[in-house]
Design a protein around this ligand. Structure first.
Ligand SMILES: [Fe+2]
Length: 196
């Protein structure tokens, strides 16, 4: 009896990764798929648009924290180096929560740096290093942009019946940003100042 044999070349072909594949996107940006979550299409659409703006600004604020974590200088180097990285980690958790909510609403979350740079409302920071009070002012401005839009978006989500988005924005984004503002802002209080 003879066994059917497969030559080595055929075996190797089967084990070779099929790289460099190309195909059209499965969902274009800006288009929603319907998810069975008992929410109107309009409510989902509005939340997805708003959450993508919030995502772009949260990614930018997150990355601003990492930039300052690396580039901070001066006598408060160590505490700020650690604080900036803690806030980076917390913002990174918000980024993931916002992006995944966009997906579960049937939308497409932005992800790449070039798309974020196009969309964000937070002013572009220079490539070089800045002194601590300037770093902190830049962070506080970023937080304020996020907080302002987040409060409006939370109200709109509640009005549209999207309580989940409202809860994410209020309980996670707003509360976390407010707390981070406190921790950062106290570093630029000049308590020794003598008023004339
Ligand atoms: Fe680090």
């Amino acid at each position: 009896m003879t066994k059917a044999t497969i030559d080595a070349e055929t075996i190797l072909k089967r084990a070779t990764p099929l790289a460099h594949q190309q195909a059209p996107e499965i969902q274009p940006f800006g288009h929603l798929v319907r998810m069975p979550i008992a929410l109107s299409e309009n409510a989902c659409k509005e939340s997805v648009v708003n959450l993508n703006q919030l995502l772009a600004d949260t990614i930018t604020l997150r990355d601003l924290y990492k930039k300052h974590h690396w580039q901070v200088a001066g006598p408060t180097f160590y505490q700020l180096h650690l604080l900036f990285d803690k806030h980076y980690d917390e913002q990174n958790e918000l980024v993931d929560a916002i992006a995944e909510r966009i997906q579960l609403l049937g939308g497409v979350s932005i992800a790449m740096a070039h798309d974020v740079a196009e969309m964000t409302l937070i002013p572009r920071a220079p490539k070089g290093r800045e002194e601590v009070p300037v770093q902190i002012s830049r962070l506080l401005h970023g937080h304020e942009i996020v907080l302002k839009e987040a409060r409006t978006m939370a109200r709109l989500a509640a009005e549209g019946g999207d309580e989940g988005t409202n809860d994410l924005i209020v309980s996670d984004v707003i509360r976390r940003n407010e707390l981070q503002v406190w921790f950062v802002a106290e570093h630029v209080v000049d308590s020794a100042r003598k008023d004339p």
